[in-house]
Every structure is written in structure tokens, then in C-alpha cells.
Design a protein around this ligand. Sequence first.
Ligand code: MRU
Length: 364
Amino acid sequence: MKVDGVAYRSIWRDPSETTVTVIDQTLLPHRFQTLPISNVADAIDAIKRMVVRGAPLIGVTGAYGYAMAMRDDPSDANCDAAFDAINAARPTAVNLRWALERVRDEVRKHPPAGRAAAAYAAADRLHAEDIETNGTIAANGARLIREIWEANGRSRPVNVLTHCNTGWIACVDWGTALGAIYRAHDDGIPVHVWVDETRPRNQGASLTTWELGAHGVPHTLVVDNAGGHLMQHGQVDICLVGADRVTASGDACNKIGTYLKALAAKDNDVPFYVVLPGSTIDWRIEDGVTGIEIEERAGDEVTHISGIAGDGSIVKVRLTPKGTRAGNPAFDVTPARLVTGLVTERGVAPASRDGLRKLYPERG
Ligand code: MRU
């Protein structure tokens, strides 16, 4: 995708270098600044501080971090130690573990001297695959938007509600739910997006609006609590959200607040689709509510908010009385019964064990 006319990916590597560069997402939309990741500690820090975020991008960043760990210490002990350290950086998005397993499996085929090269090659493959996978997901998701447009006699834009940020900066390129919207827009389907602000970190307000604006997709920012009202009044044709982990039976864990949108969608007969790559499916877990670890983040993300001041500086201000205790679960689980369908690179499936097995028969 382009930023001020220049094509970017959310993470990239000059093949002659062993470092990677990312966009510092903590500064968007106010400042576009890139940041080098030079070693495994940098990679862990970038994931923890959400310089990089979004399940697929966390996975690819973790893979490069692992390659840097192998460059610096390719010992047997570090194959596992680096894996554990990176995997612990954020607990909920399963793409991180998936990507680390892919790279570690490659690395283990080699003696120490060959491990760094094998790890970089594997991480580069994940980077390329992410772009291809998301391009296919976007096409599959755009078909759903087209169907609604056709069903309405092509008479008006399709109103999509989305939560958090699932765009190209959450992946390597394209995005998942937002990728489907980009593809529909690029195909000439008129789309309007309701963007949930997504408290507490405001990925919708800060990142999704930035992306949609840059791509020319009409959108309106709403507070997180507006979705139910909009659905009751016929102003939402379809909800498209991403996921950080989907269980083998189709429960979908995504940014906190997603579950409430799914409940409102069910009550108002609005189709609710979760858009994800296969790497987001955790085949080991059936029940998402009891089986998925929900990241608890620092309370100051709730008690404080950051934005741009009149003098152009980025400032953080307190919203609450000093010392207010805040809880901050970062994700929630939408049970499969509330999900109309799962949109993947292999097509659209019902959110169920059977639906997923049909798309991924190799999983038995
Ligand atoms: O905490 P974040 O910003 O990493 O959470 C991101 C989300 O919840 C996204 O919806 C999800 O990762 C899917 S992104 C393609």
C-alpha cells in the first residue's frame, strides 16, 4: 500500500542486511516514522510496545526476531530459549507461535553454522506468503460485499462495520477484513465503512481511519458503543472483523469489544463475518472462552489517552482521577454461534468444526 505515493510494506528487509525495518505504529496517524529492528531484544520490545501489532504482523516480526537470534547464537539451547522469549511477548495472537514454529522447524534441520541462513530464508518466505494469502482473502471477502451490493440492486453503497485495525499495517500488506474492503473498493463497488474507535488504544480511530483515508475509502468514525444503535436503524449491511485466534470449532478471539458487536449483529440479523488467514486457527483448542489466554495490558492504556497537541507534539493525558484502578483485557471471544462465516484464503466456511475441516482437510 502507498503512503504519500510511496509503496510500503509494514515490515521489510534489504536482502543484503540481517536487520528489518518497521513502521512505528505507536506514532500513527500523527507521525510516519520507521524503526530498525536489529536484534531479538528489539523484536520483542517492538511486539510488546505495539510498535508492530496485528496478529499476522506480530508473527512475521517474531520470525525475523528468531532469525536474528540464530545469527547471534545458533546453539541448540538458543533454538528453544529464543522461541520461548519471543513467544511470550504477546500471548493471544496465535500467529506468533505459528510463525516461530515454522522457522524453528526449518532451523532444526541444520547444524548451528547453517541455522541463521535457514531462519532468514524461512522468515522471508513467511513475509511473501502473508502478502499472497491476504490478497486471496481480500478477494474472497470482497465477494460478500459484492453480493450485498447486487442484492440491493446496486442502488447504494454497502455499509460495513469494522472493529480495531485489520489493514495492511496489521499484516505485511493488504490486511484481512480491511483487505476485503480495499478489494471491493478497487473493484468499483461503493463501500462506506463505520470504524469503531476501539478503546483503549484506539486502533480504529488512529490506524484504520489513517489507512482508509489514504486509500480513498469513504468512512465514518464512531464510538465503540454506537454499533448496536446503527444496526438497529438499518445502517449496517455487514460486519467484517479480524481475529487473533480462532479455535478448531470456530470461536473467534479478537480485539476487546468484538463480542458485543456480534451480539448486536445477531439481534439485528446483520451478517457477522470473521476474516482470517489459516495461520490464525489454533487447532489444539475447541472452546475459545476457556481455552484462550486473554492478554491483560497495563491500566494506563485505559486511564490515559494520547493524541497530538496544538504545538504538534504527541502527548499523553489522564482521563480519570489520579490513582483510579483500571482493568484492561485486550481481547474477547465471540462464540461460533454468533459468527455467520469465516473468510479465509481457502474460501468462506461456516464457523464450525465441520466448516473448518472442509477448508483444511489436512487437519483431519
Ligand atoms: O492489539 P492489536 O492491535 O495487536 O490487536 C489487533 C486485532 O485485534 C486485529 O483485529 C487482529 O489482529 C486481526 S489483524 C489482521
